[in-house]
Ligand binder design. Structure first.
Ligand SMILES: Cc1cc2nc3c(=O)[nH]c(=O)nc-3n(C[C@H](O)[C@H](O)[C@H](O)COP(=O)(O)OP(=O)(O)OC[C@H]3O[C@@H](n4cnc5c(N)ncnc54)[C@H](O)[C@@H]3O)c2cc1C
Ligand SMILES: NC(=O)c1ccc[n+]([C@@H]2O[C@H](COP(=O)([O-])OP(=O)(O)OC[C@H]3O[C@@H](n4cnc5c(N)ncnc54)[C@H](OP(=O)(O)O)[C@@H]3O)[C@@H](O)[C@H]2O)c1
Length: 531
């Protein structure tokens, strides 16, 4: 490949300020010595088609979901309050809180957002750290201390969801064969206004309801009427049964709700244990208890029902990466949903939304859904740019959508998919479709990693390393890289594998390879949708 000078062209899709910044960055990273550039290998990666993503001017070294909270907080030490608050977030930019990690932290620090419990991946750990940071700074000082962020595209909340609409639930077909340990469903919703509302890469928010059996057991334990009206955490007033089904988070009782139980426990040792749980003492038991677990474990707690319900957090919708292209399935949205089921303290527990979709939603019934636009997870603007998609398990979802979309638009770019799951015979999700895409050439390459078909685990990143030479050639030719699925284990290991491949094939050190990867991400050529 010939050398291309590291200057962002005038006709690239950047503002003059962004172009100047990028040119400065490239000059700083690469210098002007073309020979040196060739040995570094960086120019061939960055000289690929012009990136389209907005540019962030500030580094967030803690912005890594795999990094433990205390390490993230250390990296943010000495930074302004909103940055320390950002370091306390789950670092997924998943949008479940309605913001990005950065913008949620800024809104809290400025006093515009009062709720400190919105970060789903961060959970209680994040909520507690935010509480500590907020209480260490008086409210007035907080607001005054926070500089208004510069108005660059990357910091304004880009996640405004579409208005909810009642879509018809068409079914949840099991994708795993009989005998699989997993239960992954292909879910279809229909509504004529759905397909115009989304593009591939977006997610769908689903308002599910709690399990009626668990709700009935809670009401029985409370010993009250199911039809008495109560005020709900979402501001509505409903019969107790409906409140518990539709409006309250009974899976993860809030600290306030646990405090209500503690304050109404007649047995002092139960009260102490509940108080320790509410305050998050390390080792406080029972860990990961849902509301029913607590009511059963602390029989002396007799809370006033109104008070308890109002102290619970509200039941939030769940997000799912959209698995269909609106061009291929007008009026429909498809999802790929892993059903969460596990045993704890002798009870089978089920995920609220995944359990609802797999077991309780009735075909033809209306369900409230909304489209959540993607934050930096989209196909290249240029249809001829090659793409590499890495999506084991439910991570396949957006890539089915990407492939359908590229087929529908006749995009000429090459497509490479790395997919994996437990067993080929049982868990090859969308096998017929993917094999057909491969046969007819839409899928240029399909590399598979079935982890439990042999004694040693084989994961997607092992296949990537096996194909390092070709993968590096694709990256050099301007391919965009996409990763979707599990954030904590898979995405971290895939990231490490990519850095290793850039280092080995480009003949550079690991830290240089990591910088190259970070630069690819900044340029919009390495995008992740992980959860
Ligand atoms: C942007 C985005 C896209 C997503 N896309 C998808 C997708 O395409 N497909 C998909 O399936 N999911 C996807 N998710 C995840 C999805 O939103 C839900 O989090 C997931 O379905 C679980 O929700 P639930 O209501 O079924 O379970 P919940 O009721 O929320 O229960 C889940 C909780 O149960 C607990 N738990 C689970 N397993 C165990 C265990 N073995 N032991 C102990 N505790 C356990 C954990 O605390 C976990 O947080 C996505 C998330 C985001 C943010
Ligand atoms: N509690 C459970 O037992 C259980 C089981 C399945 C899924 N889940 C949860 O369900 C959700 C969705 O599941 P999913 O279908 O998307 O994915 P998944 O079942 O978690 O994983 C899909 C594939 O990725 C493999 N994998 C595991 N660790 C990996 C790593 N570090 N790097 C690369 N690949 C790795 C898995 O192998 P192995 O599983 O063989 O290691 C499997 O083959 C996830 O949040 C997951 O945590 C839980």
């Amino acid at each position: 490949m010939s050398y291309i000078a590291p200057v962002v062209p005038d006709n690239s899709p950047f503002s003059p300020a962004q172009r100047a910044w990028l040119n400065g960055l490239l000059a700083g990273l690469l210098g002007t010595d073309a020979a040196a550039l060739t040995t570094a290998g960086m120019e061939t990666i960055l000289a690929a088609p012009a990136p389209a993503a907005p540019v962030e001017s500030e580094e967030f070294p803690w912005h890594d979901p795999a990094m433990p909270l205390d390490e993230r907080m250390k990296l943010a030490e000495g930074r302004p309050l909103e940055r320390r608050m950002m370091a306390a977030m789950g670092q997924l930019d998943c949008g479940q809180c309605g913001y990005l990690c950065q913008t949620y932290a800024e809104a809290v620090a400025r006093g515009e957002e009062k709720s400190l419990t919105r970060c789903v991946p961060g959970g209680k750990e994040t909520a507690r750290t935010l509480k500590e940071l907020a209480s260490a700074t008086s409210a007035g000082a907080v607001t005054a201390a926070v500089a208004v962020p510069p108005k660059i595209e990357a910091t304004s909340p880009p996640l405004a969801p579409s208005a909810p609409l009642l879509a018809q639930f068409e079914g949840a077909l099991r994708l795993n064969r009989e005998g699989s340990e997993k239960d992954t469903r292909h879910v279809v919703f229909r509504h004529e206004n759905l397909s115009p509302a989304y593009k591939v890469g977006d997610a769908l928010g689903v308002h599910a309801t709690n399990d009626p059996e668990v709700v009935a057991a809670i009401i029985e334990r409370l010993g009250v009427s199911a039809s008495g009206e109560v005020d709900c955490p979402d501001g509505t007033r409903r019969a107790l049964r409906e409140a518990l089904l539709e409006a309250c988070d009974i899976g993860k009782p809030s600290d306030q709700a646990i405090e209500v139980l503690a304050s109404r426990a007649r047995d002092s040792s139960e009260a102490d244990r509940l108080q320790a749980l509410a305050e998050g003492y390390p080792g406080a038991e029972p860990a990961n208890a849902d509301l029913l677990d607590l009511l059963l474990a602390f029989p002396s707690a007799q809370p006033p029902v109104e008070e308890l319900i109002l102290a619970l957090a509200r039941l939030e919708p769940r997000l799912y990466s959209i698995a269909s292209s609106p061009k291929t399935h007008p009026g429909e949205v498809h999802l790929t949903v892993a059903t969460v089921r596990y045993a704890m303290r002798g009870r089978l527990r089920k995920g609220v939304a995944s359990g609802f979709l797999a077991e309780r939603a009735q075909r033809g019934s209306p369900i409230s859904v909304f489209v959540k636009p993607a934050h930096g997870f989209e196909l290249p603007k240029d249809p001829n740019v090659p793409i590499v998609m890495i999506g084991p398990g439910t991570g396949i979802a957006p890539f089915r959508a990407f492939l359908e979309d590229r087929r529908a638009t006749g995009a000429g770019g090459k497509n490479w998919l790395f997919f994996g799951d437990q067993r080929r015979e049982l868990d090859f999700l969308y096998e017929e479709e993917l094999e057909a895409f491969r046969r007819d050439g839409l899928l240029t390459r399909l590399d598979l990693a079935f982890s439990r078909d042999q004694a040693e685990k084989i994961y997607v990143q092992h296949r990537m390393r096996e194909q390092a030479v070709e993968l590096y050639a694709w990256i050099r030719d301007g391919a965009h890289l996409y990763v979707c699925g599990d954030a904590i284990r898979m995405a971290r290991d895939v990231d490490a594998a990519l850095a290793h491949i850039l280092a080995k094939q480009g003949g550079v050190g690991l830290s240089e390879a990591k910088s190259q990867l970070a630069e690819l991400a900044r340029a919009g050529r390495y995008q992740r949708d992980v959860y």
